[in-house]
Design a binder for this molecule. Structure first.
Ligand SMILES: Cc1ncc(COP(=O)(O)O)c(C=O)c1O
Length: 375
């Protein structure tokens, strides 16, 4: 009898041979790796909001797709409050940022459309593009001219459909920001749509923590994705967009239609997280202080500032990156090494994530350890 999983075993063996086999580990050490930037995942306010909702009868499970019996008042409340908070015409809550990007890019671009995305765009956008009808094109990271060139090239080749521009406002592995205003101007000029993923910026930047794209919400050609599992400390994602986009996703978005709606309790948690983000600016200020402290400590090691809470330390070599990460973890500092394919070949790095789960002193200890390891 053949071994049913032989191919899979072989693939795992290949990964192991290349030193790329991954395994799930229990959480341990000081948090330099989560995306819980504002320390909300464990906040008493969030916990109380969920407990209150639970005790007042909000169900744990939604019981079905939103279009069947899964549509709960908590989902609708969250969407109304999110649209009002961010200033978009509408919002739609999906079960994860991955599902949201996949659904957006598999659904919105039509046959004959072009989707120009930043070269460093998240895997979930690629996944959507694979299932969708738009023609993908990659543009050099954060290079507005490269986006414009890709559009001209496509038009010269006979492209006549609509153009979609896909970017992150703050890049997850580099911590740098997209030139959003220039991209919005390009989108206007080209009669294009601009889709902005605010996964790592919402809660952390912008007025009331509304993110780096807050001033672009409400435009007819802008769609903004806000994931809820990072600074908001919860789970799921909000697509903030013109009403027609929401209606289209509700009718045609397979990742929405054919999926059980997120827990209504989680919707209640996200509502509270949005309130905390607005009411507790001191969290953003404290994070800013930690980022400034880290910039000073790391500058002495020659590590350039990214301007955000995500600090990449690019070592280049895969094995060395993992060695340094392992040594830090052994010292109780939970820093993770990131290798291709998550980042481009030759750019393996430590991804240091700064959150309110650490103190300035712990950042200093990390810098001291790094000094020894990088010397
Ligand atoms: C830029 C970006 N978009 C989307 C996602 C996916 O979001 P979620 O974790 O909610 O599935 C991530 C997650 O790492 C991300 O970094």
């Amino acid at each position: 009898m053949p071994d049913d999983f032989m191919t899979h075993r072989d693939q795992l063996a290949d990964l192991a041979a290349a030193g790329r086999l991954r395994a799930l580990l229990p959480r341990s050490g000081t948090d330099f790796s989560s995306n819980d930037y504002l320390g909300l995942a464990n906040s008493p306010r969030l916990r109380d909001a969920v407990l209150d909702a639970l005790l007042s009868g909000v169900p744990i499970g939604s019981g079905g797709s939103r279009l069947l019996r899964g549509n709960d008042a908590e989902h609708e409340r969250l969407e109304a409050e999110a649209a009002a908070f961010f200033g978009s015409e509408s919002a739609l809550y999906l079960s994860s940022g991955f599902a949201a990007n996949e659904t957006l890019f598999a659904t919105l671009p039509q046959r004959g459309d072009l989707v120009v995305h930043d070269a460093l765009i998240h895997a979930s956008v690629h996944e959507g593009l694979r299932c969708g009808r738009g023609e993908p094109a990659s543009a050099l990271h954060n290079d507005v001219d490269a986006f414009a060139d890709a559009i001209s090239h496509w038009r010269q080749g006979g492209g006549t459909g609509r153009v979609w521009i896909a970017v992150e406002s703050l890049y997850s592995m580099d911590g740098d920001r997209a030139p959003l205003d220039d991209l919005a101007a390009l989108a206007d000029e080209q009669d294009a749509f601009l889709v902005i993923d605010e996964a790592h910026a919402v809660g952390v930047f912008g007025p009331d923590g509304r993110g780096l794209a807050a001033h672009l919400d409400g435009r007819e050609n802008v769609v903004v994705l806000r994931t809820c599992g990072k600074a908001l400390g919860c789970e799921g994602a909000l697509v903030c967009a013109p009403q027609v986009v929401r209606d289209h996703l509700v009718n045609r978005g397979r990742g929405f239609l054919f999926s059980t709606a997120p827990s209504p309790l989680m919707a209640a948690a996200v509502r509270e997280a949005l309130r905390i983000v607005a009411d507790e600016p001191e969290r953003r200020a404290a994070l800013k202080g930690l980022v400034a402290h880290a910039e000073t400590e790391f500058a002495a090691l020659g590590i350039p500032a990214s301007g955000s809470q995500i600090v990449p330390v690019i070592l280049g070599d895969d094995a060395r990156t993992m060695e340094v990460a392992t040594a830090l973890q052994a010292a109780g500092l939970d820093v993770r090494g990131i290798r291709p394919p998550t980042v481009p070949a030759g750019t393996s790095r430590l991804r240091i994530s700064l959150t309110l789960n650490v103190t300035a002193q712990e950042i200093t200890s990390l810098a001291e350890r790094l000094a020894g390891l990088l010397a």
